[in-house]
Design a protein around this ligand. Structure first.
Ligand code: FES
Length: 120
């Protein structure tokens, strides 16, 4: 069950998928202080809803050695398990080996649904 989920989120390299915007879900289904991975184009994305209810999204690829990052609720950070890299919820690298911030994505709420897109 885990393998098919990971294959969906992180398909093998192939022709580029030109998807520039994805619907990640309904606002009501994403509780504050939570994070969820999704796919945008050929990349993993991480949508985080902070404790105040604000949404932010980033490409979920660690800027150190490309591991997938995740939301760590007990510390309210974005965390990379590979080498204990840490980012704040704005995506800035704050501890560990990551050399630069995560790449940001745009978040738009339309009709109570959360849409994430590449900037520009
Ligand atoms: S790959 Fe993320 S900290 Fe090394």
């Amino acid at each position: 069950m885990i393998y098919p989920t990971l294959r969906f989120l992180f398909p093998p390299e192939g022709p580029p998928i030109l998807e520039k915007s994805v619907n990640v879900g309904k606002v009501a289904d994403i509780p504050p202080d939570s994070g969820q991975l999704f796919r945008i184009g050929n990349k993993p994305g991480l949508l985080v809803r902070d404790a105040a209810g604000q949404f932010r999204a980033h490409i979920a690829i660690c800027t150190h050695l490309d591991c997938t990052v995740q939301f760590k609720a007990d510390e309210s950070i974005i965390w990379c398990a590979c080498h204990n890299g840490r980012y704040n919820l704005q995506g800035a690298n704050i501890a560990g080996p990551p050399p630069r911030p995560l790449d940001p994505l745009d978040v738009t709420i339309k009709a109570d649904e959360v849409h994430v897109s590449f900037p520009g």
